[in-house]
Write a protein of this length. Structure first.
Length: 207
């Protein structure tokens, strides 16, 4: 019985691996990881360059914390994460590093991003009922829709942790009516991205 189960599992893994090869999943992962590393490197160099040559980032961040309350920043971030990620999350994470409880603020930011993705999902879901708008939006996110249909939850994970725009992937998920329960599960990887960026920014840049 166990040998049969193992054999079936092996066959399933072989089929999955073959499917990923046929659909060019592995090159896509490699390309996405490379872009992610580039984005991170550029972000690090930009911060270091600004801090060393132009401005005192610590002074600016302290000023932001003192003059803009969390009641203003968190809703602003939620709006940004709902509407196509207008402002890079790293800026808000840097702001959180100067808060009295940076890790709590980071958790709240991650939660705002997660909720923003859910809002984007429902926006996409509602748009799917309006043919004229649906056709226009589908054209804008065609690549995301194609990849979502090919790879399902794995692509939602990539949208949560990689440079792929989380809100756009979420919008596409709602647009094609991807399983909401599955979306909620895979989108939880958004917390991992915030944890990684938090570690980098809190322990390196804002030390």
């Amino acid at each position: 019985m166990s040998n049969t189960l193992m054999s079936n599992t092996t066959k399933r893994l072989v089929l999955i691996n073959r499917y990923y090869k046929i659909t060019q999943f592995y090159p896509f992962i490699k390309n996405t990881a490379f872009k992610g590393a580039i984005v991170m490197a550029v972000f690090i160099l930009l911060l270091l360059g600004l801090d060393f040559f132009l401005i005192d980032l610590n002074l600016i961040l302290n000023h932001l914390v003192e003059n803009y309350s969390a009641q203003v920043i968190f809703p602003s971030f939620l709006l940004s994460e709902t509407i196509l990620g207008l402002v890079p999350p790293e800026i808000f994470i840097a702001w959180a590093s100067k808060a009295a409880s940076p890790w709590m603020y980071l958790f709240i930011l991650a939660t705002m991003s997660y909720i923003g993705g859910i809002f984007s999902y429902f926006i996409g879901n509602r748009i799917s009922h309006i043919p004229t708008i649906k056709a226009h939006i589908e054209n804008k996110v065609a690549k995301h829709i194609t990849n979502l249909r090919k790879w399902g939850g794995i692509f939602v994970v990539l949208g949560a942790i990689s440079p792929l725009p989380h809100s756009m992937v979420s919008l596409a998920s709602g647009l094609i009516k991807y399983s909401f329960k599955q979306y909620l599960l895979w989108a939880l990887f958004r917390y991992i991205r915030f944890a990684i960026y938090g570690l980098l920014i809190f322990n390196v840049f804002m030390a």
